[in-house]
Write a protein that binds this ligand. Structure first.
Ligand SMILES: CC(C)(COP(=O)(O)OP(=O)(O)OC[C@H]1O[C@@H](n2cnc3c(N)ncnc32)[C@H](O)[C@@H]1OP(=O)(O)O)[C@@H](O)C(=O)NCCC(=O)NCCS
Length: 194
């Protein structure tokens, strides 16, 4: 198998279209939308990160996302709502394990847009990109058992529940039990059958 060349795969940054969304590189102009949804105290109920307390915190984070494009090639996709023309979330995959070709996916959607199928729509597009273009063999995602919206969105995106992993990650300085979901290239039905 060819070694993964992330710089080439992500230059130019791959823009992915879904029925309602455009997944594209984040940019400085996203700051106001990013701050608006990620300063919502409801947004971090089940996440390892804490909602923004200030615009300055959002700016630091946004600068970090932009620096990742330069440093790693790979970076997060901003989720733009095609009709509303605004950033409504972020979806990312971790740098893939070079030999085992697996990655971990994570997503966030602004509360005003929850329950419209956008997280699963975005995840399907990224999973297809990971298999078709990056030639990965497995995409996984973890969430707390209480995060039923996340679990459901992952299943709708084609993933299967694989079990509860004890103290799998440290979130906010606490080891947490996390539900593991995954889809493999071999088992993925692809976009057409979902
Ligand atoms: C998790 C999250 C990304 C889901 O986004 P979304 O766009 O609303 O997801 P979708 O609409 O694609 O799917 C959500 C599904 O969960 C269901 N759902 C929502 N809340 C639920 C609950 N409390 N119990 C059971 N199902 C629930 C929805 O009805 C929907 O399923 P359906 O289409 O079969 O009706 C969003 O809630 C979010 O950003 N949460 C905060 C950040 C976060 O938790 N990220 C994940 C960290 S692991």
């Amino acid at each position: 198998m060819q070694p993964l060349d992330l710089k080439s795969l992500f230059t130019p940054f791959p823009v992915l279209f879904t029925p309602h969304l455009e997944l594209r590189a984040l940019r400085q102009g996203d700051l106001a939308d990013l701050y608006a949804y990620a300063s919502d105290p409801e947004i971090d109920r089940y996440t390892p990160w804490v909602h923004y307390q200030s615009l300055a915190e959002a700016q630091v984070d946004l600068n970090g996302f932009l620096a990742e494009y330069e440093r790693d090639g790979l970076g997060a996709w901003g989720i733009e709502h095609q009709a509303d023309k605004r950033l409504i979330g972020i979806i990312n995959i971790s740098p893939p394990h070079p030999r085992n070709r697996r990655t971990e996916l994570g997503f966030t959607i602004a509360r005003a847009y929850w329950g419209r199928g956008y997280a699963s729509e975005a995840a399907r597009a990224v999973i297809n990109f990971a298999f078709d273009k990056m030639k990965l063999v497995r995409v996984e995602a973890v969430c707390l058992a209480e995060n039923q919206a996340s679990a459901r969105a992952l299943v709708k995106a084609g993933m299967q529940y694989e079990g509860l992993l004890h103290h799998y990650q440290i979130w906010r300085e606490e080891p947490r039990d996390l539900q593991m979901f995954a889809v493999t290239a071999a088992s993925s039905p692809g976009d057409s059958e979902l």
